[in-house]
Design a protein around this ligand. Structure first.
Ligand SMILES: Nc1ncnc2c1ncn2[C@@H]1O[C@H](COP(=O)(O)OP(=O)(O)O)[C@@H](O)[C@H]1O
Ligand SMILES: [Mg+2]
Length: 252
């Protein structure tokens, strides 16, 4: 078990967005989370990745309680997330966006003008090389020097993925990676997820696009109004009458 969320509740003021939700993820597993808008999926990710402190519950990663850790401390342990709305640095190039995601880059830049040591240059070269290798893997090499603001929606999702890959993650939470992405790029993102999963990275994917989710995830959870409505194999879950009602007959 790489990740465990036990009895997580999240509130916004008096409103309970996530209500006593528990889930677990095996190392190397791909878990899908579906659910209508406002079900609490992104809030659950925020609790797991550390952007939001849950009002109750415990998050365990690799056997350690991480509930009180800052997002960057969770990332250092290998737990990272992407955001539903990509958070790229618009004026930076694609390559610079990846460079900026490398651990400790900011702190080092403070001293860069003062201390231009060989060790620092070697580290910078290693990060540059790593960013280029990730861009090549994601088929983004052609837009390496393009400002992120000029990318398509799908390319921005890929840059989000590239940024978290800079952190050598063991578990990646993807928040709606296919939303606003054209079908060709959806297939490409799926294949990247499969390759990374084959290298041992575990994933939780939030997605409305149920067919894409079904083709990737071995197990599905459907959330509705802060609760887990159904959980099991994709076939079981998509056949569940409660899920069909929650989606009002609109299962994709
Ligand atoms: N920052 C916030 N302040 C207040 N309410 C919020 C905030 N973020 C989300 N919510 C509410 O919490 C509920 C769950 O939202 P969210 O986790 O974004 O759902 P999902 O990702 O499943 O669409 C929704 O009703 C939403 O309006
Ligand atoms: Mg969401």
């Amino acid at each position: 078990m790489i990740l465990q969320a036990q009895s997580i509740s999240c509130r916004y003021g008096g409103f309970t967005a996530v209500d006593n939700v528990s889930l677990s993820l095996q190392a190397g597993e791909i878990l899908g989370i579906a659910g209508t808008n406002g079900a609490g999926k992104s809030t659950l990710f925020a609790a797991i990745a550390g952007q939001q402190q849950p009002s109750a519950g415990t998050i365990t990663f690799d056997g350690k309680n991480i509930t009180r850790l800052a997002p960057f401390e969770r990332a250092q342990r290998g737990l990272v997330r992407t955001f539903q709305v990509p958070r790229e640095f618009k004026s930076l190039t694609v390559h610079e966006n990846l460079m900026a995601a490398a651990p400790n880059t900011e702190g080092e830049q403070l001293f860069a003008a003062l201390v231009n040591t060989a060790a620092r240059r070697r580290r910078e070269a290693a990060i540059t090389y790593k960013a280029d290798a990730i861009l090549k893997f994601l088929n983004l090499a052609a837009v390496r020097n393009v400002p992120a603001v000029n990318l398509s929606g799908g390319q921005k999702k890929l840059v989000e993925l590239g940024r978290v890959l800079m952190l050598d993650p063991r578990c990646i939470l993807l928040d709606e990676p296919f939303a606003g992405v054209n079908p060709v790029l959806i297939q490409e993102i799926c294949s990247h997820v499969r390759v990374l999963n084959g290298q041992g990275i575990a994933f939780i994917l939030i997605e409305h696009h149920l067919q894409a989710l079904k083709s990737l995830a071995g197990r599905l959870i459907v959330m509705d109004r802060g609760l887990i409505l159904a959980e099991g194999s994709p076939e079981q879950v998509l056949d569940d009458p409660r899920v069909q009602v929650a989606y009002m007959g609109g299962i994709a």
